[in-house]
Design a protein around this ligand. Structure first.
Ligand code: PDD
Length: 274
């Protein structure tokens, strides 16, 4: 398994960084997860745009152009299987631990590729648990600092759920590592982009497919109370695609089976991937 680290391609077991790396000491870095289908990186430009925004937010210079990134990442792909690139950039290894930015320190750039293994429950649906969103105020930044997300996800796993749906001021924001959609009164809804959610690339594709195919949809916040009336709930991400939720807080969503809008959208998405 070959990975990329600071200009070199090497076996995963030989890829090493310093304990003084600011990613390790402070979680001072950002990342991207870019899926690849049929040997092509999916919505590469959109992932690059989000990467640029994340870097700008943490005031880290982008070490490469989009063309250079494409040239760096493409050799990591293995055949044409469904897979994803994990790309991480940290503020590098400074001579000592100090909160302020180090001077003259090159970033640490790491990338690896993993197969996308479809969730076993993909077609039967998953359970989710709602909980108060304990994250910070920069949720639109794809920061590697994911402790709150991890604690949320694990709390859900501990209750035999696949995802935590996060609630802020009684409104649903997103999942611990996914965006959320709900069909409420016949309209497909997802919260609008803001600093409270990560602008998911999968989310954008779904909105575009809904618009093109006459599925009524709205980018509008919905409350937890509204979510409890939804006929369908989905979670979406680059690694899980579109997953139907059939149980929320131990209550069945509608009849407890993936709904017709999900079936339609999943079909549209599978066709679109090609
Ligand atoms: N996570 N919201 C959060 C908090 C996420 O971490 C993710 C993705 C998404 C969905 O974004 P996209 O559709 O661009 O994957 C929304 C990735 C997969 C991860 O952290 O592994």
């Amino acid at each position: 398994n070959t990975v990329y680290l600071n200009g070199d391609y090497l076996p995963l077991s030989e890829a090493k960084i310093s304990v003084l790396d600011r990613g390790f000491l402070f979680g001072d870095g950002i990342y991207e997860v870019i899926p690849s289908y049929f040997g092509r990186l999916f919505h590469f430009q959109e992932h690059m745009e989000r990467l640029e925004n994340s870097l700008a937010t943490i005031r880290l210079a982008n070490p490469h152009t989009r063309e250079q990134w494409l040239a760096i990442l493409t050799p990591l792909l293995i055949g044409t299987q469904d897979q994803y690139i994990y790309l991480q950039i940290t503020r590098g290894t400074a001579p000592k631990r100090d909160h302020g930015f180090p001077e003259n320190t090159p970033p640490t750039v790491f990338a690896m590729c993993s197969p996308i293994v479809p969730m076993a429950e993909r077609d039967s649906g998953v359970k989710v648990l709602t909980m108060p969103d304990s994250r910070w105020k920069l949720c639109n930044t794809k920061a590697i600092t994911l402790l709150a997300n991890i604690l949320h996800r694990q709390e859900a796993i501990d209750q035999n759920c696949a995802e935590a749906l996060l609630v802020k001021d009684s409104y649903v924001t997103e999942g611990a590592a996914s965006n959320v959609f709900a069909v409420i009164d016949g309209v497909l809804m997802t919260p609008p982009k803001s600093s409270e959610i990560l602008p998911g690339i999968t989310r954008d594709v779904i909105l575009e497919l809904a618009q093109k195919n006459g599925i009524p949809c709205k980018e509008e916040s919905f409350s937890l109370a509204a979510l409890q009336t939804a006929s369908e709930i989905w979670i979406t991400s680059s690694t899980r695609e579109i997953i139907p939720v059939v149980e929320c807080d131990e209550k069945a969503v509608a009849d407890g089976k993936p709904g017709p809008v999900w079936h339609k959208m999943n079909q549209l998405f599978q066709t679109y991937k090609q």
